[in-house]
Design a protein around this ligand. Sequence first.
Ligand SMILES: Nc1ncnc2c1ncn2[C@@H]1O[C@H](COP(=O)(O)OP(=O)(O)OP(=O)(O)O)[C@@H](O)[C@H]1O
Ligand SMILES: [Mg+2]
Length: 266
Amino acid sequence: MTASENPADGPVIELRGIDKSFGPVQVLHGVDFEVHAGEVTALVGDNGAGKSTLVKCIGGIHPFDSGEYLFDGSPVHVGSPRDAAALGVEIVYQDLALADNLDIVQNMFLGREKKRGLILDEYAMEELAAETLAGLSVRTVKSVRQQVSSLSGGQRQTVAIAKAVLWNSKVVILDEPTAALGVAQTQQVLELVRRLADKGLAVVLISHNMNDVFAVSDRIAALYLGRMAAQVKTRDVTHAQVVELITAGRSGDLGIQQANGNGAKA
Ligand SMILES: Nc1ncnc2c1ncn2[C@@H]1O[C@H](COP(=O)(O)OP(=O)(O)OP(=O)(O)O)[C@@H](O)[C@H]1O
Ligand SMILES: [Mg+2]
């Protein structure tokens, strides 16, 4: 791993004891979660484990019922996506990421357009969009004036990520960015994910693909039935252990040990 590790640095985001219910159904149970600068944290877990819900709590889309949210060590209240964006937290959703009928520049500046006086500063936006893509070593996009509907899945994901980077994000969260992508496109997005972390951003990658997780992550956080089974350094675990954490909530002495009758049998 090339990411600079500074043990003196605390997490950028730290969640403690997050509970979240939808009506009578409790989806998150006392979840602790840490996100570090310069690292890719893979958030894994079975379908319905609560990954997207957790991320939506971080992004201010869902209010959580109880627990603490610390940003750079200080307690914060994130009550809306706007609050999250103000802290530098950007979330890239698989489907909602971009507007199809707009071009790349329009998408990247949507709602935050640059103006000179009363008119849009198209030139400045175009330059910034192109610079950001080039800065991420994205070369497959031919023109920033290309309509997003004409892009491949991987290119779209790239533009969505570049948009997050353009706004000086400190934390970029990607909810299954490679789920719908082919092999080459997945590779391209994973390389981009790694570059973001190497630039010093804190990156959270939700993925079901163990190869992807092991290829790019520094840490792995495994949710099991709404509980954080374990958060470990990627280099300290095997594929098989992570699969066990996902499917049983524990693996050897890692994970949930008979918690509230909800853990797996020993
Ligand atoms: N808005 C909502 N209202 C009610 N229940 C919800 C809502 N959003 C999620 N849930 C429930 O919360 C649980 C966790 O869902 P979530 O989407 O967080 O899982 P996930 O880990 O992201 O799964 P997947 O891997 O399938 O994307 C599920 O049981 C789901 O039905
Ligand atoms: Mg999900």
